[in-house]
Ligand binder design. Sequence first.
Ligand code: GCW
Length: 630
Amino acid sequence: MLAIASCVSMMAEDGSRLWLRYDKLQKAQVNGPECIAAEELRNYYPGDKATLVLDPSISNEEGYIINGSTIKAKTERGLMYGAYALLRGEQGASEPFFKIRVLNHWDNLDGSIERGYAGRSIFWDLDGNNPKAIDPALIKEYARANASIGINGTVLNNVNASPKMLSAPYIKKVKEIAAILRPYGIKVYLSVNFASPMALGKLKTADPLNSKVKAWWKAKAKEIYKEIPDFGGFLVKANSEGQPGPGDYKRTHAQGANMLAEAVKPFGGIIMWRSFVYGANHKGEDRVKQAVSEFKEDDGKFMDNVILQSKNGPLDFQPREPYAPIFDNMRKTPQMVELQITQEYLGHSRHLVYLAPMWREFFGLVSPKRLVGVAGVANIGLDKNWCGHHFAQANWYAFGRLAWNPYLKSEEIAEEWIRGTFDSGQLTVDSYDYPSNNSTVESNHNYHLSTIHSKLLSMMLRSREACVDYMMPLGLHHIFAFDHHYGPEPDGFIASYPLEWCPVYYHKADKEGVGFNRSHTGTDATSQYNEPYCSLYDDINTCPERYLLWFHHVPWTYRLKSGNTLWEEIQARYDRGVKEVEDFYAIWQEAKPNIDEQRWKEVDERMQHQLENAKEWRKVCTDYFRTFAE
Ligand code: GCW
């Protein structure tokens, strides 16, 4: 035990190798085309020999079949995904469920990152007035990490987009980045500012029906595609939180999106148009209803290369939300879901919260079959360990794996990640020795986690529910401190702010009870859902308790399934959340001998914060609600 412990802690680990901590073996002889797959297997495959075969009879461009140490695929990209899967110990056939599997970086050109908790941007910074030179080695590491989990696209800049992004010096940088990402099967996309023709092109308008505006975008698309022929397209945040958009000219979202779609269509590009809108046009309407109100009319009016991109919930990346009803309402429009990997509302990169269970919950309500893609708001920055918290890497990992296969279990994904991240990651040759009749099995792990790794797994799997409990149980939402969204502020109200930014708007606590009545006797938000959810959520007796205060204003004395009154249950949940974090902390202390020193310490520090912060949540929220409840 001691010998192992000292050996483990002697290895310097700063987390920079992510889940790809394979030793360079350079043992295997690899037959087949020279490509990334060949390079990776030559370096890291523990067997003596591996074979790569391009097989035109395979239909999916990105899929693969692994049989023993032979990988077959239609393309080199498929071989690459197969190689990473083989290194993980997979056998059998697999292909990605979603065609579009993109990261969204909310990176600003000045190097800062909106809602970023892991340092500055890996892509952008300023050198005087010019874009700073990129770091090709770092971008290559980034490409490899993404490719290893199947991510095939990335939006390089914030949706609150600077028009400068489309200026020549920046397009040149995008071209350099694209060249590094291309061999790894990753396309680049850009967020665009709808008023770019005015800011950059000196036009007097950005009206999407204006011919000069149309011509400007067409010329811009041409300029980009000349440099980057496989450029993916644009992501647009329009008429939302102060961003310009077609609404400024009394045009619809469809008119705005289609104008851009026409510009990129000749080159095979797409437009990802966000539905995250609220405010100005909807005086007094419940915020969670506004997207459907604003977009419903546009259903069926978008061009076929436009995809509507919506957050999983109707509000804003809360620790728990019901699904966004826009997914039920846009029947004729291709849709994709935007998930947030960066933990804006889940304790930033200080709290250990494993997000796969949250995303799986969404896919359990909105069938993946209704979506064409997934976007994940990245948690990546210049920090040595990429994500600020070592365990936040698991969320990047899980996003990629679920984008490839949304039916994978949170547990399987976490197991894989733990093995790659805290074990050597390396399988022995024995691990590859599968019975030959399982070639259709998608993912088949025949390794076992050690006792301590099983405890880490249990901690990860419980962490999201714990976070919900110590922040906002039973459907409470958005009671965060202003602006930074770290920590509680349930009494938050600032008269000069839009009401939709104020916690008191969301919990509506009074002497009677707490919660937002969104049933037919309230704002009727429930009517935006398809059955069975419409009726289920509308009736306080059938509404799942996890969404209770999201949909109902509930008396403090109301009895819950546990037998507790609402007020007792709220207190019990806050207690339970804190206890869970205490338990995670104990697990981490127990794990100390098995984890290398630097990573153990860095996680330990963050867990101490998390525990303090969980206690603060409990105290502030229960003290506040007590003033109404007792
Ligand atoms: O709620 C908000 C975040 C903003 C973000 C916005 C969005 C990029 O707090 O920081 O802006 O969501 O998704 O557009």
